[in-house]
Design a protein around this ligand. Sequence first.
Ligand code: GRG
Length: 326
Amino acid sequence: MTAALLPLKDYLRSHGQRVDDALERFLPAPPACPTPVSDAMRYSLFAGGKRFRPLLVLAAAEAVAAHAALQQPPDHAISPDDVWRLALPAACAIEMIHTYSLIHDDLPAMDDDTLRRGRPTLHVVHGEGMAILAGDGLLTEAFALLAREPADGRPAVLLRRMRTIFEIATAAGALGMVGGQAIDLEAAEAAEREGRNPDFGMDALQRMHATKTGALIRASAVSGAIMAGGTEAAVEAIAEYAVHLGLAFQIVDDILDVEGATEDLGKTAGKDAAAGKPTYPALVGLEHSRQLAQQAFDDGLRALERVGIAPGRLHEIAGWVVTRKK
Ligand code: GRG
């Protein structure tokens, strides 16, 4: 695939476009899908997200395929087209799940936000009921997609699909994102009742983020690695890389909440601080937060080095995560 030679910005644009095209194809549409829920799902899904998680799925799949190619005779190597065919459904499913989580997070019963991805939030435009249904629709459609695509009946591919479904379901559910969101919700309610929760130290903060945002980021990279047929050692190394990447992503998100501008972020800046939420800058200050993000970046790359996965795009993506402005 010539994409390996592209500058990162072009790689992100071309891969992002292919993800968008595939989402168009995979998303249920009228007349089979009722127009109101179809419109609501599309409003949020095509609102201009960064597509970070699907790009991570694809980059991890490419890195693992390149790693495997070094260890196998050339006629056994997986082709770039195969990497796409195998990993694209997981990339799209994860973006659907991520979008559902943002829709539900913005609801009045949770974060009660009115701006997301640079637009009024879904419930503001389509109403709360339809926003709940659009989130539910995206979440369940994601698993329907994972169960049917890639339509490849080979036992090895079926097994990879089952593993991928397990990884993504675990990351999205009560042991992952839902659990993390529950911790966050409790902390916000406690903060409102009695000021900032004094027991919310670094360990609790890390646990909340590892589940709330880290788990789906980890599952993104792991899904790509599994679907591309990575060895156990490669999948484990990719998982370790992604845990560090997820941490860096969250720390930077917290920093941007303090330093970023609402117009750049496409969501309300300064909300966490205003709500007295536990964040990295609140706990350790901005400078130390930046150091922790850099440390996570370095640790992530070391995990890849240990098993000889060429960092390539995964290195660039980690760099993008720690330097991003939105
Ligand atoms: C409702 C079960 C449930 C979970 C919600 C992800 C989440 C849990 C809440 C979002 C709150 C938040 C802003 C967390 C910080 C990290 C994060 C997920 C940022 C948004 O992800 P980006 O920056 O967004 O990848 P885009 O719009 O670019 O896709």
